[in-house]
Design a protein around this ligand. Structure first.
Ligand code: WT7
Length: 630
């Protein structure tokens, strides 16, 4: 399934469009199936429904673990690098990982988990997180990993939405020189969760935690009393593998559902081809397993490909801004995959942090999560890749499960800030606001995909209508990505950013409505409007316009209180970077907020506000501009 030349790419792409079923059946053959599928694909984008490898039976962990444990038991699967560089790194070979996953799967079983149950995982980046994820998959339990930076309330919302029966967490976590109380946050969440029967606590920091009799158990105690063998549950290709919550333009986060067969095939195929992974290569993805990048490209994709995957617990700036480069040097990393926000931040610290590090092991560099600006691209290319490592700018989404548009390393010609060409099986189309397809090259439009790929979102947990409305109703018969896109003269794609009310902060998706809901919960706040604005490091920052019952007498203090409220409701990642108190918002006569104006003010560019004559009270615009100090 590995493409090696541009000609092979062209051929694979052509075949994938002309005979998608034949193409994907060929790829899928290379995995472990308990029973072959009866039909490769059934689909309907109008009344959304899609099934890949119907009738096929498998357990993804057999492709990720058992087959490699049988053929190369002593090869590292995961190399874990701790937060503190004075602590030892830990290597888990394929045979050790299989043993630990099986053992922990037996622990879950002993604690009442059966196929189809939902399990919430709220953990820092320690080996037990990967083990917990795979143990769920082993039993056919559906994992819902919640990023360690979310608040108790956000955890509770996610647990309740999918009625999780077990929560897996740690006592505490360390990130840089910060200590984070994980179990305590879970305890706070569980006050409002009735579905949770058991909490399994792994020790990381051994800080004191409350352990409730009958509910809370220690990971280390539990694993002592179970066997290291656990048969892999037989799953249907279309049984859910996991739920991952993500933000949209409206309302509460939605639980994106991915299924066993198609997800496995696509995550692995894209891993091998985009990064051109060769056996023995050391691959390091800096994402957190709490996001889709970690699911697909730290855990499932690399392991199914039999790769060596580095997992890092800490942050890029601890103990200093050279930590990534240290890790590359120490573990002789060949393939390095990170986010533009990290690149921009590290670029700012200057050459003293990388000039003495040996980065010569690097062969391929990757970027993900947000558009990479040219300055960051060139720095990454020149200073880190020394001009000899292709940069794969990978565009994809939580909903797509795997990389959709990206160069294949050393095969596709790269251009700074272009995601370049679609992967085999991906049929992108650009459409205008009326839904007409824009054909030809040298055009701009809304990015849609007109044919299913194996790891396309199947549903949003508990609400299939929402899935249809969000992705399949804006443009008839197509999956709408929410992104704007340019196709240049050569047919290369450049993602220009979200066209909906989603903000991309440091590569994390945050819905404006979600932040507004949190702001509005603060006492005294009457109404708020949130927009994104360009931010040097984060890509986009969050700008909040807030109407209070009365103008705060100590605005700085009130701002701090408001930030604390947002932290409590969502998590620190959703805290606005800027807050401006206003007495009114620019609304049309029908009551719709004209966000275009708020965006312009947040960008500090009020030269061309466009037509504001349809505003109910055009006077508020002057006040907002003045209030922003412009
Ligand atoms: C949104 C998806 C994909 C895993 C991490 C984010 C933006 C993602 C790129 C890129 C420009 C990008 C898009 C997309 N995005 N990768 N290479 N160039 N924009 O997953 O949280 O689901 O966010 O991130 O706007 O829609 P996510």
């Amino acid at each position: 399934m590995r493409i090696k030349t541009k000609e092979e790419y062209d051929k694979a792409y052509k075949e994938s469009v002309e005979d998608p079923e034949g193409f994907w059946a060929g790829v899928a053959q290379e995995f472990v199936w308990k029973k072959p599928w009866k039909k490769v694909l059934e689909w309907d984008f109008n009344d959304y429904d899609v099934k890949w490898f119907k009738g096929g039976k498998l357990n993804i962990t057999e492709s990720c673990l058992d087959r490699h444990a049988a053929t190369k038991p002593n090869q590292p699967a995961i190399i874990w690098e701790p937060n503190d560089d004075s602590e030892e790194a830990i290597t888990l070979t394929y045979s050790v990982l299989l043993d630990r996953v099986s053992r922990f799967a037996n622990v879950l079983k002993k604690n009442g988990i059966v196929k189809g149950d939902r399990v919430c995982i709220y953990m820092p980046m320690i080996p037990e997180l990967a083990i917990a994820v795979l143990a769920c998959a082993r039993l056919g339990a559906i994992h819902s990993v919640v990023f360690g930076g979310f608040s108790a309330r956000a955890i509770a919302d996610r647990i309740n939405d999918s009625a999780c029966k077990v929560v897996i967490t740690t006592d505490g976590a360390v990130r840089g020189n910060k200590h984070i109380p994980m179990k305590e946050t879970v305890d706070d969440a569980l006050v409002s969760c009735t579905s949770v029967e058991k909490v399994i606590v792994a020790t990381r920091t051994r800080t004191p935690v409350s352990m409730i009799k009958g509910r809370d158990v220690w990971w280390e105690e539990e694993v002592k009393h179970v066997s290291g063998d656990c048969p892999a549950e037989e799953m249907d290709a279309e049984d859910p593998l996991f739920i991952l919550y993500t933000s949209g333009s409206t309302g509460k986060p939605k639980g994106v559902v991915h299924t066993c067969g198609g997800y496995m095939v696509y995550a692995t195929y894209t891993f091998q081809n985009v990064f051109q992974y060769d056996p023995g290569d050391v691959y390091f993805c800096t994402a957190d397993i709490g996001w889709i990048t970690g699911h697909s490209y730290i855990v499932y994709g690399p392991l199914a490909a039999g790769a060596i995957s580095v997992m890092f617990e800490g942050v890029p700036t601890y103990p200093d801004a050279g930590r990534f480069w240290d890790i590359i040097d120490k573990h002789k990393v060949n393939i390095f995959y990170t986010a533009p926000t990290a690149i921009r931040s590290l670029m700012g610290f200057g050459p003293e942090y990388y000039k003495d590090k040996d980065l010569s092991s690097l062969k391929v560099l990757g970027s993900v999560g947000e558009p990479i600006n040219e300055e960051a691209w060139h720095w990454y290319n020149d200073e880190i890749g020394k001009g000899k490592c292709p940069i794969v700018d990978t565009w994809w989404q939580t909903e797509t499960g795997g990389i959709m548009i990206s160069p294949l390393a050393n095969i596709t010609k790269t251009i700074p800030s272009f995601a370049t060409l679609p992967l085999p099986g991906i049929q992108p189309v650009l459409v205008d606001d009326q839904g007409n397809e824009i054909t030809g090259n040298g055009v701009n439009g809304n990015l849609c995909i007109k044919f299913p790929w194996p790891s396309i979102i199947r549903t949003t947990w508990g609400d299939h209508q929402r899935c249809k409305d969000t992705y399949f109703s804006a443009y008839k018969g197509m999956y709408f990505t929410g992104d704007g896109c340019q196709r240049d003269e050569n047919g290369y794609y450049k993602i220009t950013g979200r066209v909906d009310d989603v903000i991309n902060v440091s590569g994390h998706r945050i819905g404006t409505a979600e932040v507004e809901n949190a702001l509005n919960m603060h006492t005294g706040v009457v109404e708020s409007a949130v927009v994104g604005f360009p931010h040097d490091i984060k890509g986009q920052g969050i700008y909040a316009y807030i109407i209070c019952e009365e103008m705060p007498s100590d605005p700085e203090m009130t701002k701090k209180d408001i930030l604390m409220t947002v932290s409590r409701i969502i998590g620190p990642i959703a805290k606005p970077d800027q807050i401006q108190f206003v007495t009114g918002l620019p609304k049309t006569r029908s009551g719709k907020i004209m966000r275009r104006i708020l965006r312009k003010v947040a960008e500090k560019d009020v030269s061309n506000l466009g037509d504001i004559s349809t505003l109910l009270d055009p006077g508020v615009v002057d006040e907002i501009i003045k209030g922003a100090g412009l």
